[in-house]
Design a binder for this molecule. Structure first.
Ligand code: SAM
Length: 292
């Protein structure tokens, strides 16, 4: 046995996933949430907000590459991108790798997460803060999308789970406000949890998407820290063709973008939309309930 501290993920009832902390680098109650940063021998630095794992330096590339490159390369001409949440700025780093993106606005509710990540996750977000295309807005994502008159080709919701301040980012009201700030044919991608453990969350988002957008679906990724199998990323747009963009087109765009990745490939991009049956069932159930 070791006398090192253990930090447990408190998100799911009935199971517990814990990280042994080689070092507790930081612990703070911010105005919005409880923030802890620990160092773990396998995952490197682990950021937890209100007891829920947000990002780790070892596997952040999976989540951030797939949340950014899939919608941007499927869209094919994204100039203006909005990130809601994403305080660790790892997603911003991936978006800004696209030289074709003119402007990235990020709306994050908690400045402490950004300041803190700037200091502790420089290995993956250092390039963001000096990029003149990056604009950080400290505000509630709901309030921003409801009030802005700016328009975006791609909106990515890199939120906490639907508890605490992130709850509003899973509502129909929020998805409707996002729709109003998308350019025609623009695409919304959302963090939608691990369907094996959070099926209702995906089903409900798909229902709201289907009530508001022409095309509603999800795609999947595997992130070791988000336990329970595939994680789903929600997909909503009025342009149903985007999800079906063929692999040759995606590969050509990826070549032009000239981006190095560790998880994303054009084949993985296309394959990610092939949903395991129990996940497809949740998506379909959500869409069906919108049609009732
Ligand atoms: N990858 C993560 C996950 O799925 O666990 C999400 C990481 S990211 C750090 C989530 C961010 O969303 C946090 O920085 C949090 O402060 C922010 N957030 C939560 N609710 C928000 C809201 N209503 N508006 C804007 N940002 C919000």
């Amino acid at each position: 046995m070791t006398d090192k501290a253990w930090f447990s993920e408190t998100l799911h009832d009935g199971i517990r996933f814990s990280f042994e902390a080689d070092t507790v680098l930081y612990e703070q109650k911010t105005e919005h949430q409880h923030l802890a940063l620990i160092e773990n021998q396998i995952f490197g630095k682990v950021l937890m907000l209100d007891g829920v794992t947000q990002v780790t330096s070892a596997d952040e590339f999976i989540y951030h590459e797939m949340m950014s490159h899939v919608p941007i390369l499927a869209h094919g001409a994204a100039k203006n991108v909005l990130i809601v949440g994403g305080g660790d700025c790892g997603l911003a780093e991936e978006v800004l790798k696209h030289k074709s993106v003119d402007k990235l606005v990020q709306v994050e509710i908690d400045p402490a997460v950004v300041d803190f990540s700037k200091e502790h996750f420089a290995d993956f977000n250092e390039t963001v803060f000096d990029d003149s295309r990056f604009e950080l807005v400290i505000d509630d994502g709901m309030k921003f999308v409801a009030e802005t008159d700016r328009r975006f080709d791609v909106v990515i919701v890199d939120s906490t789970d639907p508890i605490g301040p992130g709850g509003i980012l899973f509502t129909k009201e929020f998805y409707a406000a996002v729709r109003n700030c998308l350019t025609p044919g623009g695409v919304l991608v959302t963090q939608n949890g691990v369907p094996f453990l959070q099926k209702d969350e995906l089903e409900q988002s798909c229902r709201f998407f289907a009530e508001l957008y022409n095309d509603s679906s999800a795609y999947v990724i595997c992130v070791p820290t988000y336990i329970g199998g595939h994680m789903s990323l929600g997909w909503a747009t009025d342009n149903a063709a985007l999800r079906k963009t063929d692999v040759a087109t995606i590969a050509e765009r990826f070549d032009v973008a000239d981006i190095e990745t560790r998880y994303y490939t054009p084949d993985v991009h296309v394959a990610a939309f092939a949903l395991p049956k129990y996940i497809l069932d949740a998506v379909d159930a959500g869409i069906a309930s919108a049609q009732r």
